[in-house]
Design a protein. Structure first.
Length: 191
């Protein structure tokens, strides 16, 4: 029972103090679940982030569900998911009641501008940590550089591309690279 309470409180803290959605939460999830509590490894965190990104639903909820399941099976998954969702739900519900008047307060509007910057920093922090831990093989490095260049060019030229198109294109490129690599390996084994 204490494990379930710990799961709930850990993810409730992450859900309560993280603005900017799932990408901003990745760094905090990694800090709490990998470094402090050692519930999962760095490799598992990278894997769950990739899987959570490619499955339906918000990335932070998917990560919380995975960690919860790993620690406490189905009850753990439910508790961790509730922990990460409830604080945001309650806050958004309360803010929605007075949203228009809420944004008219100068210090609140300024706080939201500052939060945008902090969210960007959290996302960059998560990306840098993943890059550092990524296996330094040529193809993944090429993919990272190409993806970064593509994102920068899309932002600079304000091209409106759906994230689904980018994910499908990346999946297609990954499949092609895999097929080429497996044919090359078969050719080496024969020779």
């Amino acid at each position: 029972m204490s494990e379930l309470i710990d799961l709930f409180l850990t993810f409730a803290k992450i859900g309560l103090f993280t603005f900017g959605g799932g990408y901003a939460m990745i760094s905090l999830i990694e800090n709490d679940c990998v470094e402090k509590k050692k519930w999962i490894t760095h490799d598992e965190m990278m894997d769950v982030t990739v899987i959570a990104e490619s499955t339906p639903g918000p990335i932070a909820i998917n990560c919380a569900t995975y960690v919860g399941y790993k620690k406490g099976r189905l009850p753990g998954a439910i508790i961790a998911t509730l922990g990460v969702v409830l604080p945001s739900f309650i806050i958004i519900f309360l803010i929605s009641k007075v949203f228009d008047r809420f944004l008219e307060i100068t210090w609140v509007a300024n706080a939201f501008r500052g939060i945008k910057i902090a969210v960007g920093i959290l996302i960059v922090d998560a990306a840098v940590k993943m890059l550092i831990k990524m296996k330094k093989k040529p193809m993944p490095m090429i993919m990272v550089v190409c993806s970064a260049v593509a994102m920068i060019l899309i932002s600079i030229f304000s091209v409106n591309i759906s994230s689904m198109v980018l994910m499908i294109a990346s999946a297609f490129i990954g499949i092609v690279v895999f097929i080429i690599g497996s044919h090359a390996n078969k050719g080496e084994k024969r020779g």
